[in-house]
Design a protein around this ligand. Structure first.
Ligand SMILES: Nc1ncnc2c1ncn2[C@@H]1O[C@H](COP(=O)(O)OP(=O)(O)OP(=O)(O)O)[C@@H](O)[C@H]1O
Length: 320
């Protein structure tokens, strides 16, 4: 059900001759995790700054939590936590001291601050490192502390600019799971920008592909995949013990099956492209043919393929 907490209507920002953001319309629902994807210079940061009321649009408007961000930036800042890609802390202070400082700056009552800071550190999995100076924190720990910095202010929306940048691969998954968990547990709306498609894919409910200031596609992964791959949405690789002839009765029968779009033979593996997921029917077919299946793999198109296909279809956008 539609329940937009972020509404961008015709949002436009022009720098000289560059339309950094060009007539952007976007709705993000309460509790949703939305991924803003796009190459460098696409206009992601400019959009975020306008949503926070830190940059004035040349046309259109950004409404966040029902507040016009341009007219009332202070009210928006109370509802929205923003983590830039270079969030910094006072290195000579401990993590707890940093959070207490942020809590005070944000007007949290003195008698509540310590308990709130400790509770928030627990939420982000840093309870054991409360008294460590942030100079000794790894990049992954700093990003968790960055989340704590937002959460202590009890936001309704979190905007995270390239949150996984610089975190080692094993830490990225945990960090994204944490964002997902927090969003679901607290009903938090999350907008995150990223270049890392397969990371984003793990947790985003919907994504938008943003190029040269324009949102060119938006939707969940299945919808985007359907739009770009159409009839070739699924690929099933079936491996059998026997060598498969490249032509003949078997291939013709497969090609005649409903929703099969293409068949390719590679030794003992057949790659079958189809418009619907007919994996069970394919398995049954192979067994009926007396073949010994040793492996079945269904490949659904992910964001990497979606992105690649998008730019194949729109070569002009590659230069962006
Ligand atoms: N203050 C500014 N003055 C002039 N041009 C700017 C300014 N800020 C951004 N731009 C231009 O606007 C366009 C969009 O930039 P923006 O930083 O929003 O992109 P981005 O998608 O966030 O990219 P990145 O991932 O590199 O940060 C770029 O062409 C950039 O050069």
């Amino acid at each position: 059900m539609e329940n937009p907490i972020i509404q961008l209507d015709g949002l436009t920002k022009i720098y000289g001759k560059v339309k950094a953001v060009d007539n952007l319309h976007l709705r993000i629902n309460k509790g949703e995790i939305f991924g803003l994807l796009g190459p460098n210079g696409a206009g992601k940061t400019t959009t975020i700054l306008m949503m926070l009321g830190l940059s004035d649009p040349d046309a259109g408007q950004a409404t966040v939590c029902g507040i016009n961000a341009t007219r009332n930036p202070i009210a928006v800042k109370r509802k929205v936590g923003y983590m830039p890609d270079n969030a910094g802390f006072y290195d000579n202070l401990t993590a707890l001291e940093n959070l207490l400082y942020i809590g005070r700056l944000n007007g949290i009552a003195e008698q509540d601050i310590k308990a709130r800071a400790q509770e928030t550190m627990q939420l982000v999995g840093l309870s054991d490192a409360l008294h460590k100076k942030t100079s000794a924190y790894s990049r992954g720990m700093k990003q968790r502390l960055g989340l704590a910095d937002l959460l202590i202010r009890d936001p309704e929306v979190m905007i995270l600019d390239e949150p996984t940048l610089g975190i080692d691969p094993s830490g990225i998954r945990d960090f994204l799971e944490l964002i997902h968990h927090l969003s679901r547990q607290q009903g938090l709306t999350v907008l995150l920008s990223s270049h890392h498609l397969h990371h984003v894919q793990q947790i985003c409910d919907r994504v938008g592909i943003f190029v040269e200031g324009r949102l060119l596609m938006q939707g969940d992964i299945d919808t985007l995949s359907g739009e770009l791959f159409g009839k070739e949405s699924f690929e099933v690789a079936v491996t059998v013990r026997e060598e498969i002839p490249r032509e003949g009765r078997l291939i013709a029968a497969l090609q005649g099956m409903n929703s099969v779009v293409g068949v390719q033979v590679n030794g003992q593996t057949m790659d079958i492209t189809c418009s619907t997921d007919i994996t069970p029917e394919l398995v049954r077919f192979f067994v009926q043919q007396g073949l010994n299946i040793t492996g079945v793999q269904r490949k659904a198109y992910g964001l990497d393929e979606i992105y690649q296909r998008f730019f194949e279809n729109n070569p002009k956008k590659v230069s962006a």
